[in-house]
Design a protein around this ligand. Structure first.
Ligand code: GAL
Length: 314
């Protein structure tokens, strides 16, 4: 059983390492990718290991499929050199090209390179090959997320201008580059603070994006923004968390929203453990809808039971 905030293990009994992650649905499976923060003997705690890939049919039993994007140990100039920064990897499947595309935040330790890494593979479990690092539309990009429409159109959500702006940028058809079509989610009228950790979803043609404030690995208050299209005009609906510890997002930070085929949605979050980042925990919360049609989340220990009890939403 995967209980929110407790340790989650894969089918081999190892701690699941998929922080700042996201889930791809492909061929009847869920593929969960994330930052692998395992501690390796002889290496320092912050050193990169790679992007892990897990597979499941039921979201509960996760098979570890290995390191989908191993890092580089020899060349300090390489964007994936193990002393650099790799955060929030997300994978999309491109139906037109048949390729799996991984987008991630690639940076140097002082966070001044601020790029999007683009990697590609013929298989969901990798190995992914890094093609390039980019600054979409000429802007720096730090925390990021992705959103893919039913018709395949995909977007990158990215924190730019030292996180004072959150932008949505349309990807090219092959997902390997960025178009000139973009918009700003933040700053918003009445909400001028910086945002990070975007997690977008959609219901009945209305788009939503949950973000965190910028306090590093310390928890803070989330915000929910909404628009009638991804590149539309966004406005804030306030904190989507309700109940105890809502003001600190239940001590967690958003990373992705999994949209199930029947319309149910699961907000995925990380509880970062600063003293031992490899032991950071996961929290998955089904998205609920109030009488006014506003999405919200409440804490639950057992996300599986809450998800099973949630009504289908199509
Ligand atoms: C958080 C951010 C994470 C990571 C972390 C480093 O604010 O969301 O992705 O960058 O800071 O301190």
């Amino acid at each position: 059983k995967l209980i929110n905030g407790e340790r989650w293990y894969d089918t081999q009994g190892n701690l699941i390492q998929a922080h700042g992650g996201g889930i791809l649905q492909y061929g009847g499976y869920f593929y969960w990718y994330g930052e692998d923060k395992r501690l390796v003997k002889g290496k320092s705690a912050g050193d990169l290991y790679g992007v892990s890939c897990y597979r499941s049919r039921d979201l509960t039993e996760w098979d570890y499929l290995g390191n989908a994007l191993p890092v580089n140990h020899e060349e300090p100039d390489h964007p994936l050199y193990y002393k650099k920064i790799l955060e929030r990897p997300k994978v999309l499947w491109n139906e037109e090209t048949g390729k799996f595309v991984m987008l991630m935040h690639l940076d140097i330790p002082d966070y001044t390179y601020a790029s999007v890494g683009i990697a590609v593979s013929d298989h969901p479990e990798g190995p992914f090959c890094l093609l390039d690092t980019k600054h979409p539309n000429g802007y720096e990009s730090r925390d990021m997320g992705v959103y893919q429409e039913q018709d395949g159109t995909a977007y990158l959500l990215m924190a730019s201008h030292w996180n004072s702006c959150m932008r949505a940028v349309k990807l090219t058809g092959d997902y390997l580059d960025f178009t000139d079509s973009y918009t700003y989610l933040y700053p918003l009228v009445g909400k001028c603070e910086s945002r990070e950790a975007p997690a977008a979803f959609q219901k009945d043609g209305r788009y939503y994006c949950i973000t965190s404030a910028c306090t590093g690995y310390e928890p803070n208050e989330a915000d929910l923004a909404s628009a009638d299209s991804m590149l539309g005009i966004w406005r804030s609906l306030g904190n989507p968390c309700r109940g105890t510890d809502a003001a600190v997002t239940f001590h967690a930070q958003s990373t992705f929203v999994l949209e199930l085929p029947d319309g149910r949605k699961l907000l995925m979050l990380d509880i970062w453990k600063i003293s031992d980042i490899s032991d950071s925990r996961y929290v998955w919360l089904p998205i609920q809808w109030d009488e006014s049609g506003i999405p919200f989340v409440t804490w639950t220990d057992d996300w599986r039971a809450a998800l099973d009890a949630a009504e289908q939403q199509n």
